[in-house]
Every structure is written in structure tokens, then in C-alpha cells.
Write a protein that binds this ligand. Structure first.
Ligand code: G
Ligand code: G
Ligand code: MN
Ligand code: NA
Length: 252
């Protein structure tokens, strides 16, 4: 496949870029963290969405190399902000199932944490819900070791898969991210409201933090706050942006 060859070349030529999107406490508006989101700078003027190359990178296995670069780069950036502005943002990094299954995954994470000197408490890994069902036992063991290092674990796109309560209760996780599909219609659609409220209440019963993704309006923010949701992420608070732009917005 042409794309894969191009993608490998891009990794070698360092043509990947990270954008960062703020994560906010709903009650105070405080930005406490960011999610790192990768883009592929295919040509000087063209930024390719991860939706168009991450699946191919997962199939070909390149995601292991790319993912290591993304994790290291995110941790370096977290440290740059901490040193330059004295502010420790929590860095959330997406991790594919293909990466978690790599036998070197935990060793790689340990090495990146040690090399970059990031405080593991300021790092969180996001794993997509639909992927969590494949191999619960093996996966739980890996996520447990991630948490034993002090790194947080979030379930991404929550509500689109089919986690049972008992399954969720056994998973070693810290946070649920309500999929933005349920946030879009929050102020129009009664079913979306019910699902969002269920996820928030279930998460809290299991002592998990809950963050809503795709918050685009003040009305959505207000409703989530009224429902007891902890945190939010979305265009209403800030789009994914390059590191320097985020620093200008946050640290002036
Ligand atoms: O930023 P954007 O909305 O275009 O991201 C689209 C999708 O790509 C999201 O679902 C996100 O989880 C995924 N994605 C973005 N960055 C990364 C990354 O660094 N690693 C992995 N595995 N997936 C990512
Ligand atoms: O990893 P995850 O699937 O959560 O990735 C988040 C994706 O959602 C990224 O591609 C990001 O660009 C996108 N996104 C972030 N905030 C918003 C938003 O408010 N509205 C919409 N439509 N997309 C968003
Ligand atoms: Mn994510
Ligand atoms: Na998501």
C-alpha cells in the first residue's frame, strides 16, 4: 500500500505533529490537562487526520513505532511546559490495542517515563472502549501495571461499546470519557441525556472520574455540570492546537 510506505517514510523523516486539546474542570473552568492528538504533515501544506492513517498504522504494526514517538514527544512537551511556566498539566495520550499487546509495551513506557523525567501522575493513557472487550484478562494485567507505575488510565469513547457493569468494576481504570456522540444531542435528545446521566452516575458509583468529550456549547457545559460531570473537553473550551498556540492561550 502506497500510504504505508509514505507513512513509514514520514516517521523516519519526523513528519508527524502533535496537537494538544485542553481538558477542563467543569465547575471552575480550570484547564488541568491536555489530550495529545497526532497529525501527519504529509506535505508542507497538508495535515492528515489520524482517522485516515492510524487504522493503517495499526494493521501494519507501524503504530508501535509511531506510538512510542507520540508518547515520548508528549512527555517531553509536558516537561517543557512544567519547566518554562511552572504548571504541571496532565498529559493524556491515546494508545491503540495493537500497542498494548506489544510485548515491549510496558518496558517502553517505563523507559520513556524515566528518560523524560515526567512525573507519572501527570500522564494518562486513553484506551478505546470497543477495543477493551477483546482480551479482558490480559488487558487488565497490563493496565494494572500501568497504574502501578502511577500512570492514569481512561476509557475513551465510552458508551459506544458494550462494557457490562461487572466488567467495568474489574478493570483497573481511573476515568471514563463519555463519547461525543452523546454530547452532541444533549440539549435536544432525551435519550442522549439519559445515557450521559447513566454514564456519569455509574462512573461515580465505581469511583471513576467522568469527562465529557465534544462539548461545543455553553448549554452542553451547563447541563453536564448540573448532571454532576467532573470534566469536559471540546471546541467550547478549545480546539486541538500546536504546543506554542496552547502555551500562548494558557500561559499568556
Ligand atoms: O484529533 P482527531 O479528532 O482527528 O482524532 C481522531 C481519532 O484519532 C481519535 O479517535 C483519536 O483517538 C485518534 N488518535 C488521535 N491521536 C492519536 C494517537 O496519538 N494515537 C492513537 N492511537 N490514536 C490517536
Ligand atoms: O481520542 P478521541 O476519539 O477522543 O479524539 C478526539 C477527537 O475529537 C479528535 O479528533 C478531536 O479533533 C475531536 N474533537 C475534539 N473536540 C471536539 C468537539 O467539540 N467537536 C467535535 N465534533 N470534535 C471534537
Ligand atoms: Mn482520546
Ligand atoms: Na474519543
Amino acid at each position: 500500500l502506497q500510504t504505508i510506505r509514505e507513512l513509514r517514510y514520514s516517521v523516519e523523516r519526523k513528519c508527524l505533529r502533535l496537537y494538544y486539546q485542553p481538558q477542563v474542570r467543569l465547575a471552575s473552568g480550570e484547564v488541568f490537562g491536555v489530550e495529545a492528538l497526532v497529525r501527519w504533515q504529509r506535505t508542507p501544506g497538508e495535515l492528515v487526520s489520524p482517522l485516515l492513517f492510524i487504522p493503517a498504522a495499526e494493521d501494519s504494526g507501524h503504530i508501535v513505532t509511531i506510538g512510542e514517538w507520540i508518547l515520548r514527544q508528549s512527555c517531553i512537551q509536558q516537561q517543557v511546559w512544567a519547566k518554562r511556566y511552572g504548571r504541571d498539566l496532565r498529559m493524556a495520550v491515546n494508545v491503540s490495542m495493537r500497542q498494548l499487546k506489544d510485548p515491549d509495551f510496558l518496558g517502553m513506557v517505563r523507559e520513556v517515563v524515566a528518560q523524560t523525567s515526567i512525573n507519572p501522575q501527570h500522564l494518562e493513557l486513553e484506551v478505546t472502549e470497543s477495543l477493551m472487550m477483546e482480551d479482558t484478562l490480559g488487558l487488565s494485567a497490563i493496565l494494572q501495571q500501568v497504574r502501578d507505575m502511577g500512570i492514569g488510565v481512561a476509557i475513551d469513547d465510552f458508551g459506544t461499546g458494550y462494557s457490562s457493569l461487572s466488567h467495568l468494576q474489574r478493570l483497573p481504570i481511573d476515568r471514563l470519557k463519555i463519547d461525543r456522540a452523546f454530547i452532541t444531542g444533549l440539549n435536544q435528545n432525551a435519550e442522549d441525556q439519559v445515557i450521559a446521566a447513566l454514564v456519569i452516575n455509574m462512573g461515580h458509583l465505581l469511583h471513576l472520574q467522568v469527562i465529557a468529550e465534544g462539548v461545543e456549547t455553553a448549554e452542553q457545559r451547563d447541563r453536564l455540570l448540573a448532571m454532576g460531570c467532573d470534566d469536559g473537553q471540546g471546541y467550547f473550551f478549545g480546539k486541538p492546537m500546536p504546543a506554542d498556540e496552547l502555551a500562548r492561550q494558557l500561559f499568556g
